[in-house]
Design a protein around this ligand. Sequence first.
Ligand code: C2O
Ligand code: CU
Length: 483
Amino acid sequence: MRLPNLSRRRLLQGGLALSTVSLLPAWPARMQAGALETAAFKLTAAAARVPLAGADYPETEVWSYNGGLPGPEIRVRQGDRVAVDVTNRLSEPTTVHWHGIRIANAMDGVPGLTQAPIAPGERFHYAFDVPDAGTFWYHSHVNSSEQVGRGLSGPLIVEEHEAPEVDRDVTWVLDDWRLTAEAAIAGGFDHPMDMSHAGRLGNTVTVNGRVREEFAVRRGERLRLRLINVANARVFALNFQGHTPWIVALDGQPVEPHPAEAGRVVLGPAMRADLVIDMTGAPGERFEIVDDFYARQRYRLIDLAYAAQPLREEALEAPPAALPANPLAEPDLTDAGRHRVVFTGGMMGGMAGGMTADGWLDARALFRKGKFWAVNEIVGEGGRLPPLFSLTEGRSYVFELVNDSAWHHPIHLHGMSFRLLSRNGEPVWRQPWMDTVLLAPQEKAEVAFVADNPGDWMFHCHIPAHMKGGMTAVIRVREKERA
Ligand code: C2O
Ligand code: CU
């Protein structure tokens, strides 16, 4: 089968005839264990074959959870205890990280920091509480470029006790794949070219694990659309032609409902947005959703395709209600500890060098070792270096994040969410809570949080090729002595 150029077809013309988005596989199991609500799940990480690129292409061998793409949607209620039995049927070790959940440290899924990796054939039992309602996700945290890049991720939805009224609650997991002409996943993970530039960008974009043509809607419907960017490196900027999406949450945390700036929803790797969209089109109409983050690579992600039958004649247009707030501690800015974090490296970055576990190396020596990035001049190497900062439990902190490089970086903190206070010195509207902040080249941002979750937490760029290349650190929250 000869497929001259998948990327051209998909990214520039988007001409594959494919199925409509279907709902993600639902889970039957919900157990009641005494007074405590425990939601129990099983995940098996293994190779599988899926029709990722559609019927015109061979099936793609991926690594996935429970044989599907994305991994099954774990859907629980706020305050639940979540129990997940993970079995590793890969030929290499793995772990599962519950991205954005303010979790107990031992359940955070970071190899060498919070747990030993799960060896092939072994199991690990995760059990944790979910304090916040919202849109989260889970993914491997071992050999992430390859394991996440081959498909080891899935959505984790925590429902509000009183969810806002919508006609449908839909999850879209957005992913980006580098496929060969035969729709196989291209090898060469952690190539120095990717590590030192934008990361492993792909050539094929999927919605819920398939290249999609359209999503069926009806006039008058109000949709909650949960977007999750699980891609290794691709930033999405979605334009909803003819529609005005309201943003109601970012990274799982409620924000005051507001129309997306210039109608465009921007999501870096690992980031989420919950949208409320009113279907104001007419029966039979079609509208494109276009991603134009990369100026020379504008493409149609999917169409909204209106059914002949409306749900209601007049579309709702009143702003959606705000989501109920999550129980986050408000940082005290008057008495906060302050730290500056400078990210350097990459091509055209002019990095002098960095400190490694084996001492200071200049940039050339670092590049030869496959290291391209540093955080405060320290080249991250898994658990080999002491924590970047040691914070006191209960105290508020402001981090000034400085991207002194020519590349975008989605910077993620484990274990705690932070408020985004400012960008380049300008206060950010409503200072939203996030767990991942996308820094543009040379951008500065300030974030604030209460260090209320003791443990050693990863703090890293969520582009795994950058992380492996040194853009990673550990933040320690020292437990307060309890009387
Ligand atoms: Cu999505 Cu270190 O994590
Ligand atoms: Cu990065």
